[in-house]
Write a new protein. Structure first.
Length: 331
């Protein structure tokens, strides 16, 4: 049962990055996407129908973390509290700015556009730093308490992940706009997508090689996830080269999901380790809730997940065409 809940948590986080990655990418690319206000509004309008639905995946993942692993979330969040705070600030700034930017037609757009761009960029980098630290393993002391060393969170490998997430989400957003964006932005989005392939590919290669040295004893599942990421990146390259953007989009979404899946397989079954007492280790089993509680959660989680997936699919099915001048813009 514990393994099942761990997989559910990983799939929810992977789904969140696969869907919300283009939200943040469009956000920090917004100033370069549209030359005027109508073009920027249509760029935001491309993600409008999916915006709040994409965030639900994160809410569901946090719910599973709190419900199924109550002894884990406090220590993980406390161990990276600086990144958690910046992540929340970025999320709030980005979400609020997107929804308030066009609320008043006569209001200035500049400050809200800055809030969108800065909030999306801070959120993206914070996620990369957070997951990069989880790959290395958040250190704790001999009593299982987080080590109070803020600078340790900015390890060069974690910084690589922060920059890598900018490349992944930028690539995903640009490919997304080639499919859903207005016609006048399609060519510019395709050029953005091609410009992000080099940094995204560099991140995949360097992070894989560096991680193989920094995280010894990786399981065969980690190798499988890495292979899936490289294969997805290859499909993205093929789709961009042949202008098959509808083929490149799901591959780019899968590519953005693989970092969360990789962290899940690397941190299973030992989530936290001690730097001062090798005998201490917090495992997934130790962090899990009681079996009776997990079984009770299952009665609510299964129908909720089904509804989540169905609603997301129906939303995509209803809004699979590109935005045009007659489209209803949510923002």
């Amino acid at each position: 049962m514990v393994t099942i809940w761990w997989c559910v948590l990983g799939l929810l986080l992977g789904g969140y990055f696969a869907l919300a990655g283009y939200d943040y990418g469009v956000g920090f690319l917004l100033p370069g996407l549209g030359r005027d206000e109508p073009q920027q509004r249509r760029a935001l309008g491309a993600l409008g129908p999916f915006f709040l639905a994409n965030e639900v995946w994160l809410i569901a993942a946090v719910g599973v973390l709190f419900g199924a692993f109550p002894h884990l979330e406090g220590r993980v969040f406390a161990g990276a509290y600086v990144l958690v705070v910046t992540l929340l600030l970025g999320l709030v700034a980005f979400t609020a700015s997107v929804q308030l930017r066009s609320r008043r037609p006569e209001a200035r757009r500049g400050p809200w556009t800055f809030g969108i761009t800065a909030g999306a960029l801070v959120t993206t980098v914070s996620w990369g730093l957070f997951l990069g630290n989880l790959v290395l393993g958040l250190p704790v002391d001999s009593r299982g308490n987080p080590v109070d060393d803020v600078l340790a969170l900015f390890d060069p490998y974690a910084v690589l992940w922060g920059l890598g997430f900018v490349a992944l989400f930028g690539l995903q957003a640009a490919v997304f706009l080639t499919v859903r964006g207005p016609a006048e932005l399609a060519g510019r989005a395709a050029r953005f997508a091609r410009s992000f392939t080099a940094p995204a590919g560099t991140f995949l290669v360097v992070a894989t090689a560096w991680g193989a040295l920094a995280v010894p004893g990786a399981s065969w599942l980690a190798i499988v996830v890495t292979a899936v990421a490289l294969a997805a990146f290859g499909v993205v390259l093929f789709g961009l080269r042949t202008r098959r953007f509808r083929l490149a989009l799901p591959a780019a979404m899968l590519l953005s999901a693989t970092p969360a899946l990789l962290v899940g397989v690397l941190r299973f079954p030992t989530v936290l380790v001690s730097t001062s007492d090798p005998s201490y280790a917090l495992t997934v089993q130790d962090a899990a809730t009681a079996p009776e509680t997990a079984a009770l959660l299952g009665w609510f989680a299964v129908p909720a997940l089904v509804v989540l997936v169905v609603v997301q699919w129906l939303t995509w099915r209803a809004n699979r065409g590109p935005v045009d001048r007659q489209s209803l813009l949510h923002f």
